[in-house]
Unconditional design. Structure first.
Length: 336
């Protein structure tokens, strides 16, 4: 569990023990902050038949002790942990616990049918335990009608049922949904504290929360470096167009990655410190061009976020064509 989640775990553990856990919870924060992680933990604790109580010592380490009623221990911070051994835990680990439902959408949005399934799920009695839980990840991707359907369920909670939503775009959630949930906004540390969290020294002075995905996943980090090198190559010799296009079109982080590469190039042009080893090859592009490319990217990004039926393939092809025009303009100026 990420260290910055521990305080939220303690808070939720206390609410749970005191029977004060809200029926609807929303975990928000930047992408990679740990929304899904804490949601999984909470649901597992809610469902487990043999929850353990771990007291947390001052240094942030947890020591398992026997639960007793002495007043000292009642005040001390603690974290509830699922046993991992009971029937419920085992079924939950295999995603086959019948009294829990995770809403998974195979499309871009969570449609109303899925939320109707959720309402129906809560109407039925529990199969095994007496507790029922549902998880809606990326709740901001619900369509308007799905969100309205969920509102009804949130307004009329059935007993012993818990709905947990996660989002990394709470701006896109209907305010009426947010107001009916108890929101926990997760705020990870930034800068060196963030790097330390992942055991990395690092020399990126601009490291921030938008890097979380790459920091916490080696495979993603490697993929980013490969993408960055290809973009740099494209800006000098128009190579790797197909690869870059594929990343932009098919990969969820494609546009953010491109933005990161361009912003780093801009920093380099303004001789701001950048990560060692980046930007060696792209000396031929000037500040104005980078600025133009950055603006093209912002426009494309805005279309992605605001136009409902946007054709990402077409948008990305156009973006790359426009970028190459900006780059070629400079080549002509140099030749003249
Ligand atoms: Zn268990």
């Amino acid at each position: 569990m990420k260290t910055w989640l521990v305080t939220i775990q303690q808070q939720l553990s206390r609410q749970l023990r005191d029977n004060k856990l809200p029926h609807a919870l929303l975990f928000s924060g930047v992408e990679g902050a740990g929304q899904e992680e804490i949601a999984q933990w909470l649901i597992n604790v809610l469902l487990c038949q043999n929850v353990k109580l771990n007291h947390v010592s001052g240094e942030g380490n947890s020591n398992e002790v026997e639960h007793n009623n002495s007043s000292d221990l009642k005040q001390a911070p603690f974290i509830l942990e699922p046993c991992g051994q009971c029937k419920t835990c085992k079924l939950f680990a295999k995603n086959s616990y019948p009294d829990h439902l995770t809403i998974i959408s195979d499309k871009k949005n969570i449609g109303v049918e899925l939320i109707r399934d959720l309402s129906y799920f809560f109407e039925k009695t529990a199969h095994i335990g007496f507790m029922k839980t549902a998880l809606v990840n990326q709740a901001d991707t619900m369509t308007i009608s799905a969100a309205n359907a969920l509102l009804k369920t949130l307004e009329e909670p059935t007993t012993n049922s818990f709905i947990i939503l996660t989002t990394h775009n709470s701006d896109l959630l209907l305010p009426t949904i947010i107001s009916r949930c108890h929101e926990f906004e997760i705020r990870p540390p930034v800068g060196k504290a963030l790097l330390a969290e992942f055991g990395q020294q690092g020399d990126d002075p601009f490291v921030n929360l938008s890097h979380l995905t790459e920091l916490s996943n080696e495979e993603t980090a490697v993929a980013f470096v490969a993408f960055r090198d290809k973009v740099n190559q494209y800006l000098t010799s128009f190579e790797y167009r197909e690869d870059i296009l594929k990343t932009l079109t098919e990969y969820q982080y494609g546009y953010r990655w491109l933005e990161k590469v361009i912003v780093n190039l801009m920093r380099n042009q303004y001789t701001w410190p950048t990560v060692v080893g980046e930007n060696k090859h792209v000396a031929a592009i000037n500040k104005q061009q980078l600025w133009d490319i950055y603006n093209l990217l912002l426009q494309a990004n805005a279309k992605l976020k605001t136009v409902v039926q946007v054709n990402k393939q077409f948008l990305s092809e156009k973006l790359l064509a426009d970028i190459s025009l900006v780059v070629q303009n400079n080549a002509q100026t140099v030749e003249e």
